[in-house]
Design a protein around this ligand. Structure first.
Ligand code: IPM
Ligand code: MG
Length: 369
């Protein structure tokens, strides 16, 4: 008898349901071959939830997430024009994603930036720069900084409209994410890039001060400090120098999309958002309303998010590795999805559900072996 897990499934908007349909197939296979029971509970979340329930993170969804062992979330949001039909505070970002992060205090956002040697041709970077692929773990603080600091808008004494957004952190918020980053670095190559902007921002001065305290518990980890602007360049010029990178929320938002850029597509960016008691898993990309319903979205980041969930919330490391292996083997066999360039002849470009079929077929074989 395997284990039993309750997973909240928030398919999301636009391409969300298409890529989620492929990702959840993995759970069926693990039930068949390993007898693990996954109770998948679908719940409304995002713009469609606003239209059906008047809230983009409805109370019933909150209750389902509260009682779940882990949450699997698809991308949410509508096109710019369609979003205007929703009041700003209920639009998917402010009304659903940020409240989800805040509710479970998912402070540590794991964003692997990974290309196997067989996927290296997807990168827009030259082969001599990519060498044997890319393998970076970007860790982004996810529930502090500008995203969650006090905000104010008004008209000042001179009659000018003004806005204040506050980059707020306390030392406990900084310490907990740095600790996670050091642990990851220690388990990988013992190198940690600390991304900061201490030449300008006071928040980075405190960040670096706390880092000096945390590092005392991790003497084997070498810390390489780098200014965030320089890091943006370095990721393009020499991505191989990075292993684990850690940074505050807004820096991480920007550099993780840069990560998708050096891979060749945000479609290759799964992620885990980990809190003290619960984690949720989501692609780092948006809901791509422009290609919704066409069966061309790349489900890799959604299936990769399942792989991360299996390892990090269910402790199923071996199964998780087999999911990665199955996805890599599809690319190794020469297949590609429409978002990925340089993948060979267009005859090998497969649809969302055919990519899913190929992954599932391979995973089935691996689980049987
Ligand atoms: C991400 C996204 C979100 C963010 C948006 C959708 C709120 O860009 O997860 O990177 O800015 O954090
Ligand atoms: Mg982003």
């Amino acid at each position: 008898m395997g284990n039993a897990y309750k997973i909240a499934v928030l398919a999301g908007d636009a391409i969300g349901p298409e890529i989620m349909a492929q990702a959840v197939r993995v759970f069926d296979l693990l039930h068949t071959h390993r007898d693990h029971a996954f109770d998948l509970i679908e719940a409304p979340f995002g713009a469609h939830a606003y239209f059906s329930h008047g809230q983009s993170f409805p109370e019933e969804t909150q209750a389902i997430c509260d009682s779940a062992d882990a949450i699997l979330k698809g991308p949410v949001g509508l096109s710019f024009e369609d979003s205007q039909k929703i009041p700003p505070e209920e639009q998917a970002e402010r009304g659903a994603i940020l409240p989800l992060r805040a509710r479970y205090q998912t402070f540590a956002n794991f964003r692997p930036i990974y290309l196997s040697p067989d996927m290296a041709h997807f990168s827009p970077l030259k082969p001599e720069i990519i060498k044997d692929g890319i393998d970076i773990l970007l860790i982004r603080e996810l529930v502090g900084g500008l995203y969650f600091g006090p905000k104010e808008r008004g008209v000042n004494a001179e009659g000018l409209r003004y806005v204040h957004e506050t980059l707020a952190y306390d030392e406990a918020q900084i310490r907990r994410v740095l600790k996670v980053a050091f642990e990851q670095a220690q388990a990988r190559s013992c190198r940690l890039h600390n991304i900061h902007k201490s030449n300008v921002l006071m928040s980075s001065l405190l960040w670096n001060e706390v880092l000096d305290e945390v590092r005392e518990d991790f003497p084997s980890v070498e810390v390489i400090p780098m200014l965030v602007d320089a890091a943006a360049t370095a990721m393009c010029l020499n991505p191989g120098q990075f292993d684990v990178m850690v940074m505050e929320n807004m820096f991480g938002d920007i550099l993780s999309d840069q990560g998708g850029g050096i891979l060749g597509s945000l479609g290759l960016m799964p992620s885990a958002c980990v809190g003290p008691d619960k984690a949720y898993y989501e692609p780092s990309h948006g809901s791509a309303p422009d290609i919704a319903g066409q069966n061309i979205a790349n489900p890799y980041s959604m299936i990769g998010s399942v792989a991360m969930l299996l390892e990090m919330s269910c402790g199923l490391k071996e199964e998780s590795e087999l999911v990665w292996q199955a996805m890599k083997s599809v690319f190794e066999a020469g297949y590609t999805t429409a978002d990925l360039k340089g993948g060979g002849s267009s005859a090998n470009t497969v649809t969302t559900d055919v990519f899913g079929d190929l992954v599932i077929e391979k995973l089935d074989a691996l689980l049987k072996a």
